[in-house]
Write a protein that binds this ligand. Structure first.
Ligand SMILES: *Cc1c(COP(=O)(O)O)cnc(C)c1O
Length: 399
């Protein structure tokens, strides 16, 4: 680092040194090939187990073609926000398709497309929870839900991970006029699924909205890929479903599916929807093909293969010192605990050609640094076996 020439820069440099001393400096690696299990990373061939491309659609030729076709029809940019002149036929078609796809689970459903999941959560939460509201947030929620709750001017209560009784007590004690419970469906760093049937019942009993963020479930779980709604057969007029489209769907963006009245309110009042340029129409056009694949027989086969890989990894990964968390989803975390040891393990894997995310605080609680292994339908059984063997051998040499 070059030396600071102003007290402001010195202050930041000091903070960066402190992060470095705690092994918390992060590095971006440069990928120069399409997104797939085998990619070129910083100029080296790697087998990746850190992507959220759960169905292997990010580089699918049919989706790439749809993206190109979308650009040919609509051009590169949307030109404006949705409420001015940026709302294209492709955005409208995507919203209709998503609403149709989820209609068995959300009464009078409409869908609203957002440029990113992060923004969707900020927009949603701040639009639904005003000054008279109270937000009840699960302790392990994704940063975007946490930031959405901070942006809203409502009272905020955090309930412990999966603790329905604590939430019930908080809801009982609340004097707020509007109540909003917010939770990840599949916890992004742990891979477990929230007790959503019980949460729906609790929210109905207390007259609270339930916002479910299914970033890691949409497309991946449920027989037809309709996420936790289908997996747990959830349905309620108080349910607000948020899914992302940059993970299993392989493209970009996110959507909210809810009762048409909720969606109309968001269109009128959600600042993160209103005050931003609409995503390129070509992206929405490409997503039409993604959703078709997710809902097809091929989508089913991809999910079945992914399920097989998850079982295979868990069967092979008999760790002695580290802890493989209980998880039935594509997210398979191995807790190593110590930050430096977690990074060293990630580097040892890289030296053998495996790219696995090493996750440290503040993304996860202090003392729970971990490898976050993610599986994709694009992996082969053999590749999963290779990763398990490499991890077991590294574990054996570090103790
Ligand atoms: C990835 C993720 C988001 C953010 O979605 P983006 O489209 O990547 O901005 C929101 N919530 C959860 C749980 C996520 O994992």
């Amino acid at each position: 680092m070059s030396s600071a020439s102003s007290p402001l820069l010195e202050g930041l440099q000091q903070k960066l040194h402190e992060l470095d001393a705690q092994h918390l400096i992060r590095q971006r690696r440069i990928v120069s090939t399409p997104h797939a299990p085998s990619m070129t990373v910083d100029g080296r061939a790697m087998l990746a187990f850190c992507s959220n491309d759960y169905l292997g659609l990010a580089a699918d030729p049919r989706i790439i073609e749809a993206l190109q076709q979308g650009a040919a029809i609509y051009g590169a940019g949307s030109g404006a926000s949705h409420l001015i002149s940026g709302h294209s036929a492709a955005h409208a078609a995507l919203e209709d398709k998503l609403a149709q796809f989820l209609s068995p689970f959300v009464p009078s459903v409409r869908a609203l497309y957002f440029s990113t999941g992060y923004m969707a959560n900020l927009a949603l939460i701040s639009a639904l929870a005003g000054k008279d509201a109270e937000i009840f947030s699960e302790a392990l929620n994704h940063a975007s839900l946490i930031d959405g709750a901070r942006l809203a001017r409502a009272k905020l209560s955090v309930y412990p991970h999966r603790d329905l009784q604590a939430l019930d007590e908080q809801l009982t004690q609340s004097r707020a006029k509007d109540k909003l419970v917010i939770t990840d469906a599949v916890f992004s760093m742990d891979g477990d699924i929230a007790p959503l049937r019980e949460l729906v019942a609790l929210c109905e009993r207390h007259g609270a909205w339930l916002l479910v963020d299914d970033a890691h479930g949409f497309g991946v779980i449920g027989d037809d890929g309709r996420g936790v709604l289908e997996h747990l057969a959830l349905s309620s007029p108080q349910l607000i479903y948020m899914g992302t489209l940059g993970k299993a769907a392989g493209v970009a963006g996110a959507f909210v599916a809810a009762h048409e009245t909720v969606i109309e309110w968001l269109v009128q009042r959600a600042r993160g929807y209103i005050y931003t340029t609409a995503a390129p129409p070509a992206v929405a056009h490409a997503l039409l093909t993604s959703i078709d694949i997710i809902g097809s027989e091929e989508g089913r086969q991809r999910r079945a293969h992914l399920k097989h890989l998850i079982a295979r990894l868990r069967e092979r990964l008999n760790l002695k010192h580290w802890q493989l968390l209980p998880s039935d989803t594509a997210i398979q975390p191995v807790i190593i605990a110590d930050n430096a040891a977690t990074i060293a393990t990630g580097q040892a894997l890289m030296a053998q050609g495996f790219w696995v995310g090493a996750i440290r605080p503040p993304t996860v609680p202090a003392g729970t640094a971990r490898l976050r292994i993610t599986l994709s339908a694009a992996h082969s059984t053999e590749q999963v076996d290779q990763l398990a063997a490499a991890l077991l051998s590294i574990e054996a040499t570090t103790r």
